[in-house]
Every structure is written in structure tokens, then in C-alpha cells.
Write a protein that binds this ligand. Structure first.
Ligand SMILES: [Zn+2]
Ligand SMILES: [Zn+2]
Length: 296
């Protein structure tokens, strides 16, 4: 299997097909240097190009995959994560369009036929529109939307204060409630990739805050949660920043030729937390790699 599907900005990467026997934590790519598909100036033309692809697929480790939806498919261009254990696999999010769910499902099933849990970073449509394809698929269960359904499925006992765990088989994922951007938002910690996956709560872009108090409490909780964990990267679900500090692309843009790279760090979580605790009233705040953007 090719490392990347798609022609845009992907030609410089080497082919990194399966290598049986490689260790689960061996890194196959450098996330800081990956060129993600980032849309096109003319999406109408791009979509009819024979090389057009709806999803870019990057194999980060032997059992860790990252997908990005094409900005010409939907301007939100969310990232989706696939984490595979020895017993089951976890897919985090399903994309921003109904149609893209089928192609994502096909890509996932080309990788693994393991029992599949389809979870969500949170319930917003740009992360759940592809659910239908998975709901009707064999050997897959889709976690319901809304905080009640999320709590029940994963067995959270003290939402939103305490984390819970999900065993994939030699890969125990930890999940932490982080409402604020949205009521049912959760973060994932994966010990194999050492990713802290923070969804729309923290990513290089505009951090839309729906409930300010919940958001501040969640960032404090997140900051404490990651203190004693080895975290390689803090991984979000969009890129909206340019490579220049504090400069974001316009909302709704379908072409981001100079976007910032995806990973953030635990220092970004701490910086966000320290900013929030000193902020007397919610206000739009630029922090270089992301922007706090209260909606209230
Ligand atoms: Zn969202
Ligand atoms: Zn989103």
C-alpha cells in the first residue's frame, strides 16, 4: 500500500509500504515534514482530476494511521485517526461529508478487518457526517453522539472529571472528557504513538469556545492529565493557521498552500492553560500557533 494517496504536495515522500516485523512504536514518517493535501485554487477542476483523492492517508507507525480529508471535498478538511490493537481497532471521527464516509470505510478496511470501534472527538458534523457508512458496515460499532451516549459507551463514571480506558489489545487508550468546545468532547491518549489527540479543543487554528467555564476547566484538566505521560505530539483535527505566527486562513477557505504543520506540544497545552487562568473575561487571544475564540 502506498504511503500517500493523492497527487497534491505528496510527491517528495518515499513509498513506505508494510514491513512485516517492524516494531509497533517505530516511526515511519516525520510528522513535522509531511505535506498534507491542502486544497486547490480551483476545486472544481481538482475534483475531476484523475489524481484527485478525497482522503490522504499517512502511516505513522505500523498500526497508527492519520487521514486528512481534502479541502476540495469540504473546507473543514478534518483529520481522522486510526489506532489498531491486537483485538480491535479504534477510528476517531468519520469526516465532514456523508459521501466521504464510504471512501474512508474502504480505506480502513483495506488496512484492517479487525472489529472496529468508531468514536468521535466530539459530535460536530464535520467529524461525524461519515458515520452512516460505518453504521451499516460489518464488524463495526459507532459510538452515539451526545455526552450521555459517550459516557455510557466508554463507562465514564465521573464525567467530566475522571478519565477512563479503552483496551484495544496491547494498546490501552485513555480517554478524558474535555467539554467546552462542545458538550461531548473527549481527548484520547495513545501510549503507542504517544499522541494526545485533542480534536477541536486544541489544534493549530481557531479554538471556538462554546461554553467558557467548561472549556477553562477542561484545559486545566487536560494540562494536569498530560503531566506524567510521555507525549510526543498533541494532535488536533484541523489546520487553520498559516506557517506565520498568529496568522490564520480565512474561514471557509479551500486552499491553504502555506499552512502550519499539524502537531502541537504539551507546552502549548500549558501555555493555553496559563493564559486562560489569567483572563478575567473571555476574549479573542492570539497565541502564535492557535487562537482562543470565544463564541459567547
Ligand atoms: Zn467542532
Ligand atoms: Zn471541527
Amino acid at each position: 500500500m502506498a504511503l500517500l494517496i493523492g497527487a497534491q504536495a505528496c510527491t517528495s515522500l518515499p513509498d513506505q509500504g508494510p514491513r512485516p516485523g517492524e516494531s509497533p512504536d517505530e516511526l515511519l514518517v516525520d510528522l513535522a515534514s509531511i505535506h498534507w493535501i491542502h486544497g486547490a485554487q480551483d476545486c472544481d477542476a481538482a475534483r475531476i482530476d484523475p489524481e484527485y483523492t478525497e482522503w490522504q492517508q499517512v502511516r505513522y507507525q505500523v498500526d497508527t494511521y492519520i487521514f486528512r480529508q481534502n479541502k476540495c471535498s469540504n473546507y473543514e478538511a478534518p483529520f481522522v485517526y486510526l489506532l489498531i490493537g491486537t483485538d480491535r481497532a479504534l477510528l476517531i471521527d468519520t469526516g465532514a461529508t456523508i459521501e466521504s464516509g464510504a471512501s474512508l470505510l474502504g480505506a480502513v478496511r483495506d488496512i484492517t478487518d479487525a472489529p472496529l470501534i468508531v468514536a468521535h472527538s466530539h459530535g460536530h458534523g464535520d467529524h461525524t457526517q461519515g458515520d452512516g457508512a460505518f453504521s451499516s458496515a460489518d464488524n463495526a460499532v459507532v459510538v452515539g453522539l451526545g455526552a450521555d451516549a459517550v459516557q455510557e459507551f466508554f463507562g465514564f463514571e465521573n464525567w467530566p472529571n475522571d478519565p477512563t480506558q479503552l483496551e484495544l489489545g496491547d494498546r490501552r487508550i485513555e480517554l478524558l472528557p474535555i467539554p467546552g468546545h462542545e458538550d461531548d468532547h473527549i481527548a484520547f491518549y495513545d501510549p503507542t504513538s504517544q499522541f494526545a489527540i485533542t480534536g477541536d479543543t486544541l489544534y493549530p487554528g481557531r479554538l471556538y469556545v462554546g461554553d467558557w467555564d467548561d472549556f477553562c476547566a477542561s484545559i486545566a484538566r487536560l494540562n494536569e492529565w498530560i503531566q506524567n505521560k510521555p507525549v510526543a505530539y498533541v494532535m488536533g483535527t484541523h489546520i487553520e493557521m498559516t506557517a506565520a505566527p498568529d496568522v490564520d486562513y480565512p474561514m471557509g477557505t479551500t486552499y491553504q498552500p502555506n499552512e502550519r504543520y499539524l502537531p502541537l506540544s504539551t507546552a502549548d497545552i500549558t501555555a493555553l492553560h496559563e493564559t486562560l487562568v489569567t483572563m478575567e473575561v473571555p476574549k479573542r487571544t492570539y497565541l502564535g500557533s492557535f487562537i482562543v475564540w470565544p463564541l459567547q
